[in-house]
Design a protein around this ligand. Sequence first.
Ligand SMILES: Cc1cc2nc3c(=O)[nH]c(=O)nc-3n(C[C@H](O)[C@H](O)[C@H](O)COP(=O)(O)O)c2cc1C
Length: 200
Amino acid sequence: MSCTILSSPLQGFTDYRFRNAHEKWMGGVDTYYAPYIRLQGHLDIKKSYMRDLLPVNNSVRQLIPQVMTNSAEEFLFVAAFVQGLGYQELNWNLGCPYPMVTRRGLGSGLLKHTGKIDDLLRRVSDESEITVSLKLRLGYDDSHEILNLLPVLEKHKIKNLIIHPDWESNFIKEKSIWIHFNNVLKIPVILSPIMATSTQ
Ligand SMILES: Cc1cc2nc3c(=O)[nH]c(=O)nc-3n(C[C@H](O)[C@H](O)[C@H](O)COP(=O)(O)O)c2cc1C
């Protein structure tokens, strides 16, 4: 079995300088995820996000940009921006647990709003060619939230789900969920922080 090593993003730490230095001096990572882009109420990309993603600043072999939003307009805007830089995939952050984020219905605060997620994914697939992947938790208030979300996600074309499980949660010990992930769910699942996935 071969393994693919993915590097999780850490906002404020894993910028292009870190990623380039890591690849140069350590190596071993197949794909780096960039920390999320978050718009500040208008369709405008901050210079720091631009710098972080510009191909001329990035020497790693594969980089996937990430967005944190609950708006289809914003998602489509960021998708067009990253496509303009040559990226083909945009990872959607539905995992951030920080109250400042979740209170605004962003990150893992969006997980229980399955209708919103459904609407956004439908619009993105109707209006963009971008490949979508997701980084998410099992839930925010309750780790069973994901069970309501999975049927919604399965309606859409999603490359993979990177799931950050709460290892202390009883949910994680329920075999049925892992059987579901393995045998029923059609979307490939990657567990973070294990960060390695088998490839065929
Ligand atoms: C300071 C900090 C910043 C982070 N920024 C991001 C981010 O921009 N995007 C993201 O998907 N995850 C982000 N994460 C989550 C990590 O990528 C990762 O999933 C998580 O920290 C791994 O779990 P562990 O911290 O329990 O090892 C961040 C985590 C920390 C601690």
